[in-house]
Write a protein that binds this ligand. Structure first.
Ligand code: SAH
Length: 503
């Protein structure tokens, strides 16, 4: 069967700026050929089954020549694959997309184009700069600042100055002083507003405000690096007023999320929406104990129990899979009452069509134990982790409530050691680490390795038990007001606000 190449614009970096159509193409790709400027979170969407070819790599300090990239696309297309050619921003804005399609057309390979959100507009927008504005300019021009080796960029400055529109220069970090000189030479006023936006739309975005005259000095002061673009014109004065992106509560903060794979989602998304750069490093993994004869036996005889209690969403998931595996459904539970340690566990029950009859006011083992002790007249079935907190069962024993405590899953501590984490800690590249259980703390400490220095980070802890474990490892901690993701997120914002006041 004939293959096809879909040329997809990945947008400027924020994964939310990849188009719906681009995402769909990516998700069904068999081969993905991608460039240097495609954001890491967009790359994370490449399916595991797809072959990813990085053509943005510098092979012995030379970029892979364009002809070779064309050849790769042709070869993969002719081999019958469904290929996505993924490029930063829009593929036709200084992206050589046209050249690649010409090669495919000549070689007889089918292709489609999914335009992307160009950095020229989006990085400006995230910097608070609208490229046109009735008060300032009625056109905008996108210009490359890249010059042929050893030459000045071939730009008709006179025409640009006469046009009077907003000027956006891509690939302009090293050429910026020359560009400023060229515009001044063509008669543009020295106090014309100018701005550079670096890492636009990414958590690390910075904006450098200047005028044509002060631009080289201001850029040097801030140490602006590629990728960045230069905007020249009256619209740049709006940046400080309209910079919504940099004003978000966690902007510029780098947060490590330690939750197990599959459970990091909500928390990470929440933190990202608030402006944080999020690094997901699953520090624990859970594994169902399967087969689990004790649980099967208990579920077959569920009527022996008055209460069925859960201390984590994972416990609910494992229980539900086991029940379904026995060929049963919710009806098998009959009149058994359901207890959940907190809102996330109650939500996991809700997802199975079950409503928790009891959720303690404070989400921890001690309070769940106390609440059950108060309400239970009959036997309690606990389905939880192999090493569950002893506090819960102690409370039941004190109250003379009989129970069966069945281990239904095991917790493993992520990777034994992560050199990447260690060097991020040493380089001060992390601000906060979220801990949602004592075991995530243990997993994190193990990943950081012996003798790691945690003094530069703040551990954001979901509760007291978790915080106690973090303190044991020498991690400075702050504790959420309640054991919920909402409260943990609110804590991150409060700590960030405090940091801003302190510095
Ligand atoms: N096709 C791309 C541009 C490719 S040229 C697009 O439409 O965006 C590469 C240049 O784009 C970089 O040198 C830089 O000037 C600009 N650029 C790309 N991503 C950027 C980002 N996230 N922030 C600022 N500039 C960016």
């Amino acid at each position: 069967m004939a293959g096809k190449v879909t040329l997809v614009g990945a947008g400027p970096g924020d994964p939310g700026l990849l188009t719906v159509k681009g995402r769909r193409a990516l998700e069904s790709a068999e081969v993905v050929v991608y460039d240097r400027l495609v954001g890491p979170e967009v790359l994370a969407l490449i399916p595991e089954t797809a072959r990813a070819i990085d053509v943005g790599k510098e092979a012995s300090r030379h970029l892979i020549p364009q002809e070779q990239i064309n050849d790769i696309l042709l070869r993969e297309g002719l081999a019958g694959h469904n290929v996505v050619r993924l490029k930063g921003g829009d593929p036709f804005v200084f992206g050589r997309g046209g050249e690649e399609l010409e090669a495919l057309a000549r070689g007889g390979v089918d292709f489609e184009v999914v335009p992307g959100v160009t950095s020229a507009i989006a990085a400006a927008a995230y910097g608070g700069i609208p490229v046109t504005h009735r008060e300032h300019s009625s056109s905008f021009h996108i210009i490359t600042g890249r010059a042929k080796r050893g030459q000045d960029p071939a730009i008709d400055y006179r025409a640009l100055v006469q046009g009077g529109g907003t000027l956006v220069f891509l690939m302009s970090v090293s050429a910026a002083p020359k560009i400023a000189e060229g515009l001044l030479g063509a008669g543009m006023a020295p106090d014309t507003p100018a701005a550079m936006v670096e890492n636009g739309t990414l958590p690390s975005q910075r904006r450098c405000d200047a005028t044509l005259e002060t631009l080289p000095r201001k850029m040097a002061e801030m140490g602006i690096h590629s990728p960045a673009l230069l905007i020249v014109g009256g619209v740049c004065t709006l940046g400080p007023l309209l910079c919504w992106f940099a004003r978000r509560p966690l902007h510029g903060k780098r947060v490590l999320v330690t939750r197990p794979k599959g459970r990091a989602g909500t928390l990470s998304d929440r933190l990202r929406d608030l402006g944080a750069g999020v690094w997901e490093l699953p520090c624990i993994a859970t594994e169902p104990i399967a087969p689990c004869p004790a649980m099967e036996e208990a579920l077959r005889n569920i009527r022996r129990y008055q209460w069925l209690a859960f201390t984590s969403p994972t416990g609910v998931e494992v229980f539900w899979n086991c029940l379904r595996g026995l060929g049963r459904d919710a009806r098998a539970l009959g009149g058994v009452k359901l207890a959940a340690i907190g809102s996330a566990t109650a939500k996991a029950l809700e997802d199975c069509g079950l409503t928790a009859d009891l959720v303690p006011a404070v989400y921890d083992g001690a309070h769940l134990g106390a609440a059950l002790a108060e309400q239970a007249g009959g036997k309690v079935l606990l389905l939880r982790a192999e090493i569950g907190s002893p506090v819960l069962t102690e409370r039941l024993e004190q109250a003379g409530v009989s129970y069966d405590d069945i281990a239904v899953y095991r917790t493993h501590y992520g990777s034994p050691h992560s050199p990447q984490l260690r060097s991020a800690l040493e380089a001060g590249e992390l601000d906060y680490v979220t801990f949602t259980s004592a075991s995530t703390v243990k997993g994190f400490a193990a990943a950081a390795g012996e003798g790691a220095d945690f003094s530069g980070i703040v551990g954001l802890c979901i509760g007291e038990q978790t915080a106690a474990e973090a303190r044991r490892h020498g991690i400075p901690v702050r504790v959420a007001e309640a054991a919920t993701i909402d409260a943990l997120t609110a804590l991150a914002c409060a700590v960030s606000k405090q940091d801003t006041i302190d510095t």
